[in-house]
Design a protein around this ligand. Structure first.
Ligand SMILES: [Zn+2]
Length: 344
């Protein structure tokens, strides 16, 4: 493995992007990029980048996502670049009739500016709701204290006061769910899921369409950071619509990790893709890597939100060689396990 500090965040977004593209190209990947999502801190154009490894006749696709939550993409991008240094994976996928797609910097604005959200303050992994459905919001039972908490989610002092006042009054799981599960009330607050489908999602759907449309099966591995124990992996399924055919037809199950989050996100990205391509069997996996204790992560998110240009790199990409080596190793291992399970 090459030096793990290569193309670190300090070298900027373009360095990570160019390195990703160069490596994918060297392995025979087909590259394409999205239109611009604005400018980065160094004036650079911010794009999503896609590397396709197509196998003629393949009906199955394995997609690897980095940077759905912007800043968390510094690790995801790093893992992708480590995977792309090993040509054996591409060869294996080809032999087994599996298409591979790498999506680099799903939320390029957030990655470049070291923020979790996009430029409209939307959390893309809470943006998968069907906003054209007028009943979509009424499906969630909402109590006044929850609305009050959401309304305070851009004002740290008020937020802490309201959150602490609920401790002991409502079950901890419900409190965690209310805070981190996503809110659709306060566009200035944290964990805001948006009022409409964001361009980042539509752009990815457009790009992957040419590979997956009309095929059979798609497996997604979506890399995140900031939840769980320092440097440890959590691996769990994202939500899919009830009618998802993969739920009935799923072959051998990958075991989820023993640890699961204390909440389930509303409007996960997986719902959007399953809706856009309903003919496909979807399996959507989230790989989370812990950084700091949840209250601290929350504190940093509120601070970043309040100043909106603070960034939170060290919250989601700690300066620790141990953390980087450990998470990268698990990132590579999980990529291999999922691919091998598809091949088996
Ligand atoms: Zn995340």
């Amino acid at each position: 493995m090459k030096d793990l500090q290569a193309s670190s965040p300090s070298e900027g977004f373009m360095s990570a992007k160019n390195e990703f593209c160069k490596m994918a190209l060297a392995l025979g990947g087909e590259l394409t990029q999205s239109s611009s999502f604005g400018k980065g801190p160094n004036g650079e154009d911010l794009t999503q980048d896609f590397a396709f490894f197509r196998t003629p006749g393949a009906t199955r696709t394995f997609m690897h996502f980095s940077g759905v939550h912007g800043v968390e993409g510094w690790l995801g991008s790093h893992i992708q670049r480590q995977i792309l240094q090993q040509s054996e994976w591409v060869a294996k996928a080809k032999t087994a009739g599996v298409n591979l797609i790498f999506v680099h910097a799903f939320n390029p604005y957030g990655m470049a500016w070291q923020r979790r959200v996009n430029s409209a303050n939307v959390d893309l992994n809470r943006n998968g709701l069907d906003f054209s459905d007028p009943l979509v919001m009424t499906r969630f039972a909402v109590q006044p204290w929850q609305v009050g908490l959401w309304e305070s989610m851009h004002t740290p002092a008020l937020f802490w006061k309201k959150a602490l006042s609920q401790l002991g009054k409502v079950p901890f799981g419900l409190l965690a769910q209310t805070i981190a599960g996503g809110q659709f009330h306060n566009p200035r607050g944290i964990f805001f899921g948006g009022f409409s489908t964001q361009a980042e999602l539509q752009s990815v759907a457009r790009q992957i369409q040419k590979v997956i449309a009309g095929k059979k099966e798609v497996v997604v591995l979506d890399v995140h950071t900031g939840l769980g124990k320092f440097g440890q992996e959590m691996f769990f399924r994202a939500a899919l619509p009830d009618r998802n055919p993969a739920d009935q037809n799923r072959k051998a199950e990958l075991p989820a990790s023993s640890q699961e989050p204390h909440y389930s996100a509303r409007g996960e990205l997986s719902l959007y893709f399953a809706r856009e391509f309903p003919e496909l069997e979807w399996s959507y996996w989230i790989q989370e890597f812990g950084t700091w204790p949840a209250p601290y992560v929350l504190y940093r998110l509120l601070k970043d939100n309040q100043h909106s240009n603070l960034g939170s790199l060290s919250t989601f990409f700690p300066k620790s060689q141990w953390w980087l080596e450990n998470t990268t190793k698990q990132g590579l291992a999980r990529f291999a396990t999922v691919l091998e399970q598809m091949i088996a």
